[in-house]
Write a protein that binds this ligand. Structure first.
Ligand code: ZN
Length: 297
């Protein structure tokens, strides 16, 4: 099945590459080049799982991106969105969760090449070293980053960002208290842990149903500079710069290449974010508020 899928992507790429090149060239001339922000979780050769990519494969991604794109920070993505000018296609690296093994190969590689990267961690897992629930469910607990590792990464130029206190699913949060605990207090705690500023939040799961107005507003009010989703979209001139859209740095190289070379099916399938929030609403009314379905390509 995976082989068939990979073959289909290769065929699409072979057929569409000349046309895509012209399309991206035209967008560059208009100063509207697409900005792609990737998120990874874990880079390691042992204990592979769906959110792990091997060291060799990650290096292949990095080499491909260095050769073909401008590599920029989240701050630069926002500046380009705000200025309305994006002259070249760009890629930004980010990581979610905070797996210890990333400090063995992935982060040193990025630091060595001076590639901007924002590294999002879940504060309470860092604090007590407790493995993630999603790893425990697979009966494969994996080591979490320590505070010392995060400080060392920050010293090397990696920006540390927030991935909430407890890897919460915001779709399930119904009170202001919980929202504040997961964003406002967690930001303060992380700043104290690393002894430095925290500017960005990556929303766990990052689907449209988690990108709720109350989440975005809480992040804005507590002084964060931006908030990242993960449902798979480009950042395009005209988008609100506070919400940075990301897609998966997929282990399948062909899929990554397909997305990075501007597959405009992603634009046609862009989800609409909820404009109503269910925070502190009567539960009966909250149940009637329809949140949009997520569409993946
Ligand atoms: Zn996560």
């Amino acid at each position: 099945m995976q082989l068939l899928r990979s073959l289909a992507i290769s065929t699409r790429l072979a057929v569409q590459t000349p046309w895509r090149r012209r399309q991206v060239q035209r967008l560059c001339e208009l100063g509207q080049a697409p900005m792609s922000v990737l998120f990874y979780h874990r880079v390691a050769d042992e204990q592979p799982n769906p959110w792990t990519i091997s060291n060799g494969e990650f290096e292949r991604h990095v080499d491909y991106c260095r050769e073909n794109f401008e590599l920029i920070s989240l701050e630069e993505v926002q500046q380009r969105l705000d200025s309305g000018h994006s002259p070249r296609p760009s890629v930004t690296f980010t990581f979610d969760d905070g797996y210890s093994e990333n400090c063995n190969f992935a982060l040193p590689l990025l630091i060595r090449h001076k590639i901007p990267c924002t590294y999002f961690v879940t504060t309470e897992n860092v604090r007590d070293g407790h493995p993630f629930e999603h790893d425990l469910r697979l009966k494969c607990p994996l080591p979490i980053n320590t505070i010392e590792q995060l400080k060392a990464a920050a010293d090397g130029g990696i920006e540390i960002g927030l991935h909430t206190a407890n890897h919460v699913d915001f779709n399930q949060v119904r009170t202001v208290e919980k929202l504040n605990e997961e964003i406002v207090e967690a930001k303060d705690n992380l700043e104290a842990m690393i002894n430095g500023p925290v500017r960005y939040l990556a929303v766990p799961f990052g689907l449209p149903q988690q990108m709720r107005p109350a989440v975005i507003e809480t992040a804005r009010k507590c002084g964060l500079k931006g908030i990242c989703s993960a449902y798979g979209a480009y950042n395009l001139i005209g988008d609100d710069s506070f919400h940075i859209r990301r897609f998966h740095g997929d282990p399948q190289f062909n899929r990554l290449r397909n997305w990075l070379t501007y597959d405009d099916r992603k634009n046609r399938r862009r989800p609409i974010l909820p404009d109503q929030d269910v925070l502190d609403m009567d539960p009966e009314i909250a149940d009637t508020v329809r949140l949009p379905e997520c569409v993946f390509s």
